[in-house]
Design a protein around this ligand. Sequence first.
Ligand SMILES: *[C@@H]1O[C@H](CO)[C@@H](O)[C@H](O)[C@H]1NC(C)=O
Ligand SMILES: *[C@@H]1O[C@H](CO)[C@@H](O)[C@H](O)[C@H]1NC(C)=O
Ligand SMILES: *[C@@H]1O[C@H](CO)[C@@H](O)[C@H](O)[C@H]1NC(C)=O
Ligand SMILES: *[C@@H]1O[C@H](CO)[C@@H](O)[C@H](O)[C@H]1NC(C)=O
Length: 224
Amino acid sequence: MATFFLLLFSLLFFSASAHIHYVARVTDNPADQLVAALNDNRTAKKESTLYDNPGLGCIALQYIKAYQGDCSVVGGDDAKKPFESQFADTFAPNCGVIASTLSQITGRLVACQSKYVEPSKAFSEILMKDSKSLEILHNKNHTEVGAAVTGTDGGAPYFWCVLFSNGTRNSSFTLEGGEAKITKPGCFSGANDVCSSANDWPRSITLWSYIATAFIAAAYAFGL
Ligand SMILES: *[C@@H]1O[C@H](CO)[C@@H](O)[C@H](O)[C@H]1NC(C)=O
Ligand SMILES: *[C@@H]1O[C@H](CO)[C@@H](O)[C@H](O)[C@H]1NC(C)=O
Ligand SMILES: *[C@@H]1O[C@H](CO)[C@@H](O)[C@H](O)[C@H]1NC(C)=O
Ligand SMILES: *[C@@H]1O[C@H](CO)[C@@H](O)[C@H](O)[C@H]1NC(C)=O
């Protein structure tokens, strides 16, 4: 009998950890989903798929952070851009990107709004609003891309940033030690990490409810 319960407990435990592992491997990350949407749009027009470079993705997140949550200066007449020098001075060191591998940025798309929307909607309804954005997206000179999504301190306003580059895959935006520094809040593409930009609630709830379910089931099996 004890063996049976032990077996049942192990089974529950392993199915729970398998589930967590599974979740972690799927790109449950709005920045990755945004890259998927724009690559789909490119390939539908027989253009190349852009390499999702984690170093460039992390830089896109730093790029957003340079706005310090000020939505009003993203577009329009007062539009501002971070200084070019910030790429080498701040963005690269914050990400662990080796400065000498910073490559040409061949296009950038930035948007901001107070409401969070799904990546596919952010792509079609916010980022691709004008014909100039479509032109940038379909530029044949790009070879790679990095995207980031963030809510300031985990809330509105929500920023979306896509940076394109013509760098070569293995020698541009290279990361020290080969791994991107995950900086919160915010999500960026290419690093194979699970990330939620709206805030961290949904993910932790799922995880905890799963752990709680497994725990309660195990306790029941032991007759407690
Ligand atoms: C690409 O995206 C634009 C903007 O959302 C859309 O108008 C166009 O139909 C899309 N093209 C393809 C081939 O999906
Ligand atoms: C692509 O790059 C070349 C060389 O840098 C430049 O002359 C050309 O205008 C670019 N093409 C586009 C579509 O931006
Ligand atoms: C990238 O583009 C820049 C400017 O358009 C150009 O000077 C450079 O040679 C290009 N680099 C590559 C690797 O194509
Ligand atoms: C890039 O690096 C990967 C793994 O290190 C290698 O398999 C691939 O051939 C390289 N690609 C290029 C274009 O050098």
